[in-house]
Write a protein that binds this ligand. Structure first.
Ligand SMILES: Nc1nc2c(c(=O)[nH]1)N[C@H]1C(S)=C(S)[C@@H](COP(=O)(O)OP(=O)(O)OC[C@H]3O[C@@H](n4cnc5c(=O)[nH]c(N)nc54)[C@H](O)[C@@H]3O)O[C@H]1N2
Ligand SMILES: Nc1nc2c(c(=O)[nH]1)N[C@H]1C(S)=C(S)[C@@H](COP(=O)(O)OP(=O)(O)OC[C@H]3O[C@@H](n4cnc5c(=O)[nH]c(N)nc54)[C@H](O)[C@@H]3O)O[C@H]1N2
Ligand code: SF4
Ligand SMILES: [Mo]
Length: 747
């Protein structure tokens, strides 16, 4: 391997902090999502509104302080439909993010001391001047478009505004190409609209919920978990398709333990049955859809008997579950999932999900998918952004035209120099996304990083990505700052305010301030005409009939829907935002791009002998890697384990609790061992672990070396040809029961 210019800087932990005990319990059925106490009625506590940043469900809440003016507790906001007054265990544990003594404390700069690269503490002025000078330099040499922003989280809005004012449109988030991109593209192609976040699923009123991989209950998206719990209480049928016996499977009437990577076969067979038995919503299909006859022909051979051979789900179960859906129609949801970048044909799998919903008439219907509304917040007046002259798309001529957002992995690829391109990316600003654990094929990400002339990382914690930065900027936590007003879509439009509950600890600053200070240094004062964020937020809120003062008091405000159109009215004429104005069972957009206009089943690789498919997911008490060092949450769960089927364990002579290293199909060995959990809940052809563990940065005193990282073992990436998403579930691992010798481990 070539000598790296940009060494990963390791700094040993400054000292171990004590573990705070939280007493949080998790039991989904009985409401682990913490109920609000009666605190609301007490007057001797000061409380300030916030919305949670521990995941992107963004539940609104109140932050309570004690007599010492320190944060004591966070509770859900009773008026907020994202949480209905209850936070999930992670949200309650958000205090730990503020309290974590391993936090980044002051700006850092990469310097060379005694011939070794290390970080030096610098002032904010020095850091911001350095960044602005370098950005000016990059602009002059390559054009502003060659600097990109990777961002995940609320503060990205301000940094994005700064970058666009500077002249680059290249803003990307892992929530597209590593998460829900295929779903959005598939639903746009079918219905002319996306599924959005929070999902527009009317779970509360559904009679049948079909989960295909969505592991709600472990995937702890709050309102969704609560609504599913209510739906079960109201007698809804839950059908879970998952090769693993998930929490959701344990709450289901039907669990279909599908052979991994064959879901499209099951979906096509369901479509076949529903059409052939005449179980579809005839009036709806007739009035609103395009291509029904073509679809009928297309699925003629996709019989349940055919699907049995692919999926291992018996034909009778396929028919029975199809009938359950039809009986509930239109109050049925075939859930579109969220993290759907699995096997590279993900947009087509999600097209099949969309088509199934269309046949069942659930789109726009109560108990199916509702039509959300949101408050459009005008931007504080500023001059128009300069027009970019180059695009990331230049790196992919003719490809990914249906991608509705910029691909994070695409920016990595376009950072590698190529004689065919006018510009490769030279500068990255990375905010709130730990790219090393987030984008699969780490080697490629690290190679791209070596090509950069500027890497700025803005984070709250010394996560792996900070180790590669030229400049590290410490952001204060969400509990210590203002952010953009939350205006997510829901059944009714709502606003939610986040304001600082306390002053920022250490020498940390909020993103809005960082973006503005860089902007001012770049000569972009006209784009930041306000003195502080309060002025900007107050202006914005006044445009929509409220004010900062009111929002500080109420925290959450319900606004009026523009139209009474949560669901379609009986027989209503609707023009869909597709080429034909109809719901496209046959996608004219896909056909025009040269893709299958209706989903076609494709076979996927199976594990070679002695290897097992690497499956991964969530635990209710952590979010990706962002909580891996949180003192409150590590007190409950501090390392992931590896689910192994008893048959497999026996074959390998592996014991419950034993630690093993994993080696993947490309010879990559996990940096750390992982504890085996022997369980019937996983199929014999797969193993399973929770994503977000196996951290290699010693500055994370609680997370370092705990469990294994799924990401480092995901080297085989199946790129979705339609929208460029990174399919991550075609990786296979085998067990090493002894620590591999160093020379055996590829670097
Ligand atoms: N192998 C594998 N890869 C995956 C997934 C998987 O399951 N397995 N899941 C995919 C999915 S669905 C998604 S959405 C993405 C998620 O990808 P990311 O959002 O990148 O996930 P995290 O690993 O949590 O990294 C978040 C980073 O933000 C920092 N951070 C937290 N709060 C703040 C803040 O307030 N301000 C700033 N500036 N920084 C903050 C954290 O310290 C951490 O470094 O990952 C994707 N990648
Ligand atoms: N607690 C917690 N909740 C979270 C998050 C978190 O980090 N922590 N992250 C949030 C985010 S950003 C996202 S995107 C979501 C992700 O959560 P989801 O969208 O619900 O789920 P996935 O990550 O796609 O899938 C995980 C499930 O898919 C199953 N699976 C694996 N292979 C297959 C297969 O071939 N077919 C089928 N049918 N199933 C398969 C796994 O066994 C597992 O149960 O979770 C959200 N909620
Ligand atoms: S679901 Fe939990 S972690 Fe996510 S925003 Fe809500 S309370 Fe926070
Ligand atoms: Mo995600």
């Amino acid at each position: 391997m070539k000598k790296t210019r940009r060494d990963f800087i390791k700094i040993s932990a400054l000292g171990l902090g004590g573990l705070a005990s939280t007493g949080l319990a998790f039991d989904w059925a009985s409401g682990a999502i913490q109920k609000s106490s009666l605190l609301t009625n007490l007057t001797n506590f000061t409380r300030t509104p916030t919305y949670c940043e521990i995941c992107f469900w963004k539940c609104a809440g109140w932050v309570y302080k004690n007599e010492e003016n320190d944060i004591w507790k966070i509770e859900g906001h009773a008026d907020d439909p994202h949480c209905n007054g209850r936070l999930c265990p992670r949200g309650t544990g958000g205090v730990g993010m503020y309290a974590d003594e391993d936090r980044l404390k002051t700006p850092l700069k990469r310097v060379i001391k005694n011939g070794k690269q290390t970080f030096e503490e610098i002032s904010w002025d020095e850091a911001l001047d350095y960044i602005a000078n370098k950005m000016n330099d990059l602009k002059e040499k390559y054009g502003p478009e060659c600097t990109a922003l990777f961002t995940h989280g609320s503060g990205g809005k301000f940094l994005g505004h700064m970058l666009k004012a500077y002249g680059s449109p290249h803003i990307t988030a892992p929530s597209f190409a590593q998460c829900r991109g295929p779903r959005e593209v598939a639903f746009y192609s079918t219905f002319g609209e996306g599924v959005l976040s929070p999902e527009r699923t009317d779970i509360r009123d559904t009679q049948c919920l079909v989960l295909i991989g969505s592991h709600i209950g472990e995937n702890m998206h709050n309102g969704q978990v609560q609504e599913m719990s209510d739906a079960i209480d109201n007698g809804a049928t839950i059908i879970t398709v998952d090769p693993r016996f998930s929490t959701a499977a344990s709450k289901s009437k039907f669990w279909l333990p599908i052979k991994p990577a064959t879901d499209l076969a099951l979906l096509l067979a369901w479509i076949h049955v529903i059409i052939n038995e005449g179980w579809y919503d005839k009036e709806y299909v007739e009035k609103y859809t395009y291509g029904f006859d073509l679809l009928k022909q297309h699925v003629a051979d996709y019989t349940p008997e055919w699907a049995y051979g692919k999926t291992t789900i018996d034909p009778e179960t396929i028919r029975k579950t199809a009938k359950e859906m039809a009986n509930a129609s239109p109050s049925v949801i075939v859930h579109p999932g969220r993290h759907v970048t699995w096997y590279g044909d993900d947009t087509q799998r999600l097209r099949a999900v969309a088509i199934l919903n269309a046949l069942l008439g659930s789109w726009g219907r109560r108990g199916g998918f509702y039509n959300p509304d949101f408050v459009e917040l005008p931007s504080y007046p500023h001059p128009p952004y300069p027009k970019p002259k180059k695009s990331w798309r230049d790196a992919f001529p003719g490809q990914y035209n249906l991608a509705t957002e910029i691909l994070s992995n695409g920016i990595c690829d376009a950072t590698m120099p190529s004689p065919n391109r006018e510009c490769a990316f030279k500068g990255w600003i990375v905010n709130g996304t730990n790219l090393i654990h987030t984008i699969p094929n780490q080697k490629k990400t690290l190679e791209a990083i070596q090509e950069l002339e500027l890497l700025v990382v803005i984070d709250t914690m010394p996560m792996e990505i900070t180790g590669y930065a030229d400049i590290v900027l410490p952001e204060c936590t969400y509990l210590e700052r203002y952010d953009a007003v939350r205006n997510s879509p829901h059944r009714d439009p709502y606003l939610a305010l986040r304001m600082p509950a306390v002053e920022p600890k250490y020498n940390t600053k909020p993103d809005w301030w960082i973006a503005r200070e860089i902007g001012l240094r770049l000569g972009l004062k006209d784009y930041f005409p306000y003195e502080n964020i309060e002025e900007m937020l107050d202006w914005q809120l006044k445009q929509v009939g409220t004010s900062l003062e009111e929002m500080q008091k109420v925290g959450v405000k319900k606004m009026k829907r523009a139209y009474d159109d949560l669901y379609y009215r009986e027989g209503e004429d609707i023009e869909f935002n597709t080429n034909t104005g109809k719901i496209e069972l046959y996608s004219t957009e896909m056909a025009a791009e040269g893709f299958d206009p209706m989903p076609v089943f494709t076979e996927h690789e199976q594990p070679p002998a002695g290897f097992y498919r690497l499956n991964y997911g969530r635990t209710p008490v952590h979010t990706f890697s962002r909580t891996a060092n949180n003192p409150n949450l590590t007190a409950i769960y501090d390392e992931n384990d590896l689910w192994v089927n008893p048959k497999v364990a026996k074959r390998w002579g592996i014991e419950h609790g034993q630690k093993v290293w994993l080696k993947n199909q490309d010879g990559v060995v996990s940096s750390f061992p992982i504890k085996v959990r022997i369980t019937e809940r996983i199929r014999w052809d797969s193993v399973y672990m929770v994503h977000g563990f196996g951290h290699a940065d010693k500055r994370l005193s609680r997370a370092f070396g705990k469990g294994a990282s799924d990401t480092e073992l995901i080297t085989n990436v199946k790129t979705d040809p339609i929208m460029g998403g990174t399919g991550m579930r075609e990786n296979f691992v085998t067990f090493l029961t002894e620590q591999p010798k160093q020379e055996d481990v590829p670097s």
